[in-house]
Design a protein. Structure first.
Length: 315
């Protein structure tokens, strides 16, 4: 049978390119989990993804009710779940004031981390029941959350601190909207959310890999400077960022190539190692990359997991 993969945020950028790459193999059925149903349908058609290879389902990660509803709707489809790709993200680098999710969490961490945290926890049982040979949960990470890299050292740097803001609920009412308890900074909130994504992947690995055989992995697909992720940035940045990445840093990767990379992490038989953060070298060969000190801190991963459980109502 075909593999069944859920990809969040498959209506544009990396998610769409990955859906296309997997659909073209004829071996996958893609559940495109998207906040804008019509946009996703149009994007799938425009990308030339064959009708029988995908299903669009509504999911708004900025609402925990929507996450729970999505899981119920997925169950009604009656399909097994073999691979889950947590890909969707928002990036608000120029925001002066924080925005919030339906439950009142700062929007970047609320969407990128907490929404995906609840989704992946609720779908774990489905994955356990699947008889697929290589079951995987993939959480897209980023170089920008890794302060052991050049890109990760561009201020404001990721830093979860002692997690006091996260413990306080990130709501800006009785505390800070930032995980470390500091003042709101949209670019930092995104980087912090990516650190949470990478810590969550490793904590999943420690808690569930042996028992379930599921591969948990993260990746940095390269700098896909053309995606909608930068839509909130100032126009001059959007103009100069792609050529800067292409010719100066040489970290640029096309959406198509990035989609091929994530598709490898979904289905390549040689990428089954669990607890790993994948990157690609200049020849587009995958290798196991090192995470920064904070992004590989096991104690912090456990704390983020436990606090997140409380925030999303799992504990
Ligand atoms: P895009 O903005 O093109 O894609 C992000 C997707 O997330 C969109 O489909 C968007 O939906 C969706 N999304 C946003 N908010 C929600 C929500 N509340 N509920 C459901 N879906 C939502 O950016 P990219 O493709 O670049 O980003 C994809 C992933 O790649 C992210 O995890 C990002 O952190 C990561 N990444 C990107 C890099 C880059 O250089 N671009 C580098 C490293 C990592 P909609 O279409 O409706 O807007």
């Amino acid at each position: 049978r075909k593999g069944n993969v859920i990809i969040t945020g498959a209506s544009s950028g990396l998610g769409l390119a990955t859906a296309k790459a997997l659909a073209d193999t004829g071996k996958w059925h893609i559940i495109m989990a998207c906040r804008n149903f019509l946009k996703a349908e149009r994007a799938a058609k425009a990308a030339g993804i064959a009708k029988e290879n995908y299903t669009v389902m509504h999911l708004d990660l900025a609402s925990l009710d929507s996450v729970r509803q999505f899981v119920e709707n997925f169950h009604r489809l009656g399909r097994p779940l073999d691979v889950l790709v947590c890909n969707a993200a928002v990036y608000l680098p120029t925001a002066k004031e924080p925005s919030f999710t339906a439950e009142g969490f700062e929007l970047s961490v609320g969407t990128n981390h907490l929404g995906h945290f609840l989704l992946s926890r609720l779908l774990l049982d489905d994955m356990k029941q699947s008889d697929f040979t290589s079951k995987r949960v993939i959480i897209v990470g980023s170089i920008t959350g890794n302060t052991n890299t050049l890109a990760g050292n561009v201020p404001p740097k990721a830093n979860l601190g002692d997690l006091r803001g996260l413990s306080g609920g990130l709501n800006g009412l009785n505390g800070s909207p930032m995980i470390d308890g500091g003042d709101f900074d949209g670019a930092k909130a995104y980087k912090d959310s990516k650190v949470c994504n990478m810590l969550t992947m490793q904590e999943f690995h420690r808690r569930y890999h042996e028992e379930t055989g599921i591969t948990f992995a993260s990746l940095y697909p390269g700098c896909i400077a053309t995606t909608g992720l930068f839509r909130e940035h100032i126009p001059l940045f959007r103009l100069l960022f792609p050529p800067f990445q292409k010719y100066i840093t040489k970290g640029y990767v096309s959406e198509e190539e990035a989609g091929e990379r994530l598709a490898q992490v979904v289905s390549d038989p040689s990428l089954t190692k669990s607890g790993v953060y994948w990157s690609w070298n200049k020849n587009s060969a995958s290798f196991e990359n090192q995470l920064s000190k904070e992004a590989s801190d096991a104690e912090k991963a456990r704390k983020v997991w436990e606090i997140s459980e409380k925030l999303v109502g799992l504990a």
